[in-house]
Design a binder for this molecule. Structure first.
Ligand code: CP
Length: 318
């Protein structure tokens, strides 16, 4: 694996999951693996879990870890080509990226969709510039269209909790006061579609995602119907994908909030969310505080997914 940006880079999922569970038995078993190797984790956007879990994964492998918050202390970066740089951005990403690459061995990048230009977002302009110009293996710590470290951790968690061979997994849209990217739902759908599990996606009309990600999933506009018999409920908000509403909020309908009445329709489903979560918007307190909520073990598995990915990047590139 040269870079890690999606499920397509991880290869056989059963092998990757086996590796994750083997690693989970003792996360320090490869503590000399990354000796003298440096991770540079670059954040264009805020983070709690990704920032901490990725550093922890690197430290577990014996790597050094440097974190750069681009918007706090670094020069503001111009990303457009051919721009006359007479504004407030004194450095171009075309110099900054190779410089950053010269200080490290592996680069993690977090850069969300900007909702300014759909094509730029869906072409993953920022992430791909790191791949092109850094000269180093690059992995996504959530890009404009995908969040593969999250989805890998989600799948590890589903494997740990599933009670049937082919669980019914329901990804539901839920309301949020701000406009959020489609990266988490796109990626979750893509990873679950790489298994043979049943995936149902439920959302209000107008919130259809790119079919490239939703693939064989069933789209059900009736949330109650979608929840019937579910083994896992994966809640997430996202802004509209389809034109002309790309990036817009079309609904704040709290009838879509996941509450105990809806959870009662399921097969005693586990509740999942990537976090951070807006309580009583996305999910009612009574659900996230219930024994069926597995959001904390899900977040803890972020260390495992990051460690498998870093270990593979080290193995295949050094
Ligand atoms: N789930 C997730 O990526 O969390 P952060 O945004 O806090 O990193």
């Amino acid at each position: 694996m040269r870079h890690f940006t999606s499920v397509h880079d991880i290869g056989n999922l059963d092998v990757a999951l086996k590796e994750a569970f083997e690693l989970k038995k003792n996360v320090f078993q490869y503590d000399a693996f990354g000796k003298n190797k440096t991770l540079l984790a670059i954040f264009f956007d805020s983070s709690l879990r990704t920032r901490l879990s990725t550093q922890k994964a690197a430290l577990n492998l014996g790597m050094n870890a440097i974190v750069l918050d681009v918007n706090q202390g670094a020069w503001k970066l111009e990303t457009g080509y051919g721009v006359i740089m007479d504004g407030d951005k004194p450095e171009h990403i075309l110099e900054a990226i190779p410089v950053m690459g010269s200080y490290c061995d592996i680069i993690g990048v977090r850069s969300f969709a900007r909702f300014e230009n759909k094509q730029d977002d869906y072409e993953e302009k920022i992430l791909n510039q790191f791949i092109k110009y850094s000269g180093k293996p690059v992995f996504s710590m959530e890009a404009a269209t995908r969040h593969p470290l999250q989805s890998f951790a989600d799948l590890i968690t589903i494997e740990e909790y599933r009670k049937t061979d082919r669980p019914k997994i329901v990804m539901t849209w839920a309301p949020h006061p701000r406009s959020l990217p489609q990266a988490v739902p796109n990626s979750f759908a893509e990873w679950i579609n790489a298994t043979d599990y049943e995936l149902v996606i439920t959302h209000p009309k107008g919130y259809e995602l790119d079919e490239k990600f939703t693939g064989k999933a069933k789209i059900e506009y009736n949330q109650n119907k979608a929840f019937e018999g579910a083994d896992f409920i994966y809640a997430k908000n996202w802004a509209a994908y389809t034109d002309p509403n790309y990036g817009q909020i079309l609904s704040r309908d709290r009838a879509w909030t996941v509450d105990s009445r809806k959870m009662a329709l399921t097969n005693n489903a586990y509740f999942m969310h990537c976090l951070p979560v807006r309580r009583n918007m996305i999910v009612a307190d009574e659900v996230i505080d219930s024994p069926q909520s597995i959001v904390i073990p899900e977040a803890a598995n972020r260390v495992i997914s990051a460690q498998v990915v870093l270990k593979r990047l080290l193995t295949d590139n050094y």
